[in-house]
Design a protein around this ligand. Structure first.
Ligand code: ATP
Length: 235
């Protein structure tokens, strides 16, 4: 579904991605793990056209999207939940969800999707008339994921869904990420510092260091890998 080949990305003189190769197959949950500053967020932002690639290519469902504007990429079905959530704080929960569906006009299907996200996260249904900015961090993450789902993405990109959240909320969010993948066959690409949960949820994973991919394998094999255990799992 997604083929990233030899991607190089720069911020001025900083060479953030140094020839990344990565593939995501339809229906998979893929996790990209790595330390602070390894280049995980840059990989996501380059994929969705927010930060331009200087070299290499990105294909989505056979189409070259390397230099496509990010709004066109969204229309193809790639949707990102950015690090730090970035919901609309002054809009209500319900209005945030409406914003997620702004490219759609299939009113009945939109209603079904609203019911679906409220079934995933009942707390959002309870808080539907509350301003997004008044929600807890965990609820805002739930809203950010739900808003992205309202676009009916084929590929959902999640940037650090665990960031700043209590462990119990993080577990709940990862359980639901898995459920979304199973219920809707949504392909999911997660970038995460919480390697333990990210690899548990993933069919396959990639490990990133200093702008390069250093390891790739099934989630289970990476969790059993001695280097990964030492560096990322604290075992
Ligand atoms: P984190 O978990 O801290 O978000 P990351 O693995 O996602 O880390 P990136 O945010 O992709 O890493 O950063 C990769 C490299 O690019 C780092 O050296 C970082 O300092 C640099 N970088 C990221 N964003 C910018 C920016 N806007 N301007 C300049 N350098 C940047």
């Amino acid at each position: 579904m997604l083929k990233i080949k030899n991607i190089h990305t720069y911020y001025g003189n900083i060479h953030a991605l140094k020839g990344i190769d990565l593939e995501v197959n339809e229906g998979e949950v893929i996790s990209l793990i790595g330390a602070n500053g390894a280049g995980k967020s840059t990989t996501l932002m380059t994929t969705c056209g927010i930060v331009p690639a200087k070299k290499g290519s990105i294909e989505f469902k056979g189409q070259d999207i390397t230099h496509m504007p990010s709004d066109e990429i969204v229309k193809l079905g790639i949707c990102q939940v950015p690090e730090g959530r970035r919901i609309f704080p002054y809009l209500t929960v319900a209005e945030n969800l409406d914003m997620g569906a702004f490219l759609r006009n299939d009113t009945n299907e939109i209603k079904k999707d609203i019911d679906y996200v409220y079934s995933l996260f009942p707390i959002l249904a309870e808080r539907r008339n509350q301003a997004g900015g008044t929600l807890s961090g965990g609820e805002q993450q739930m809203l950010a994921i739900s808003r992205a789902l309202m676009a009916r993405p084929k590929l959902l990109l999640l940037d650090e869904p665990s960031l700043g959240l209590a462990p119990i909320i993080v577990k709940q969010i990862f359980r639901i990420i898995k459920k979304i993948n199973e219920d809707q066959s949504t392909t999911i690409f997660i970038v995460e510092q919480n390697a333990n949960l990210a690899l548990k949820a993933a069919n396959r994973g990639y490990v990133m260091e200093n702008g390069t991919i250093t390891l790739t394998d099934t989630g289970a094999n990476l969790m059993a890998n001695e280097d990964v255990k030492k560096a990322y799992l604290g075992i």
